[in-house]
Design a protein. Sequence first.
Length: 340
Amino acid sequence: MAARIDPAIGPAVWKGADFVNNDEWIVSLSSDDLAEIDAALGSVQATGLPVHKITAKEFLLPNLGGALKALADELETGRGFAVVRGVPVERYSEEENKFLSLGLCSHFGNVIPQSRQGDWINHVIDISDQMAAPLPEFDHVLQRKQLRTNHRGGELDFHTDTTDVFALFCLRPAKSGGKSRLVSAAMLHNIIGETKPDYLEALYVGYYYMSQSDDNVKSGACISAKRVPVFIRKGDKVEGYYISQVVQRALDNGDFEYNAVEDDAREELQRVSEVPGVAHEFDLEAGDLLVVNNRTVLHARYDYEDYPEIERRRHLFRLWMANTPEMMSKTFLAPSEKFS
């Protein structure tokens, strides 16, 4: 019988049911806040800096900046997520919204690239049916051997990204559906530890990762040299890291196999997340900025119905921020290389 692993404790241990009729996780922007954002946008555009060169020093928010700093602390030591609500995205062009979203996100950490091609601001939009790039910045995306999940529609299972903090800035929601879903990594850890301790032990050992060849600095795809733990213990706290499709790709292409417990433990993560009341589910509205501590919260989305016209489709910007030394790099590294 597996030894019992002590449960994680602290504010990062929560259930979605805790937020029913509770909107403390939403920060609504005031007219003064919007005026500061507008002034900061005008200021950084006047400098002529490219968008990825902007930092919190350039995107000055004299009063709102203090509130965002407190929110960044909440991400690190509290529940691990928040929504900043009320940016009037319709007032700005797409290019202006890029500057605005990155400027806001720069107050949560150093913005880092999300691919070898850069993608400091990554589009979350379904372009799987597009034969030609709707914008020049999609050229390299359509040349990939397989589109990333953020460029395809449909449901996404619970996973993390490869960063410290990630953000989603909503330009347009879907025609219907597409709820965002968050789950506490520490709560998953505790539930699995209570019900299936042998599974929890397997998750501490982790899995091999294999990224797509398009993402690797070295030529061709490669499998990580070691297993990547799903859970890591840090005192009373627990951090999580898991990307299901990258784990499955390694299994499909590698010359190894997992035992029955290790294999099913991957599915248990999803099963527990689907238990009613465990995940926090909500709609992102146009002008919402969702910010998440990627090390303590897993995210997913439901399937959705979209518009046929590309200019009306569900469209979000995704940004990655780093606030730990191991993530603060201007060079993108795929998970299989990062953990080699």
